[in-house]
Design a binder for this molecule. Structure first.
Ligand SMILES: [Zn+2]
Length: 161
């Protein structure tokens, strides 16, 4: 009897993790919810499309989705929050690990509403659009910096949205 209980205790978390990935209603949500089509940032300081040039021969590894400061940002798929912190470039940011070696990154947030180690369901608000990190300058329109990485390689998020 005890052995069965122990077995269930071991199996249950694995089962939950697997089933969570099937609970997603859509394969991918847009992290900023728009009434119509999503809007990509384009201002005097740069343009927010994937692979557009950046200082020092770097390229933009994600897309910049325009949104007023405070606009809710949602998890595009269910997964595990593997980072919820801040650095100089991204400002406040969240990283979620999903099944299939897919990772999504949400940058320049004003607020973070989740924490490292949390399981987050698709559509859950993880933070709000802000101007933190290198998005602080006045000329930069407020936006969500959003990245999708598969097996560690940056993908064009538009192919997923
Ligand atoms: Zn960006």
């Amino acid at each position: 009897m005890k052995k069965i209980f122990l077995f269930l205790l071991l199996i249950l978390p694995i089962y939950l993790i697997i089933s969570i990935s099937f609970l997603d209603k859509k394969p991918f949500l847009c992290p900023v919810q728009y009434k119509g089509d999503f809007i990509i940032r384009s201002d005097s300081r740069g343009d927010g499309t994937f692979a557009s040039p950046r200082n020092g021969r770097r390229v933009h590894k994600g897309i910049d989705l325009l949104g007023a400061v405070g606009t809710p940002v949602v998890a595009v798929r269910s997964g595990k929050v593997i980072a919820a912190r801040s650095n100089n470039g991204m400002g406040k940011y969240v990283v979620i690990s999903h099944s299939g070696d897919v990772v999504t990154i949400y940058g320049h947030l004003q607020q973070i509403y989740t924490k490292e180690g949390d399981f987050i369901m698709q559509g859950t608000v993880l933070g709000s659009v802000g101007k933190t990190g290198n998005a602080r300058s006045n000329g930069i329109q407020p936006h969500l910096h959003f990245e999708v990485r598969k097996n560690g390689i940056a993908q064009d998020p538009l192919e997923y949205l």
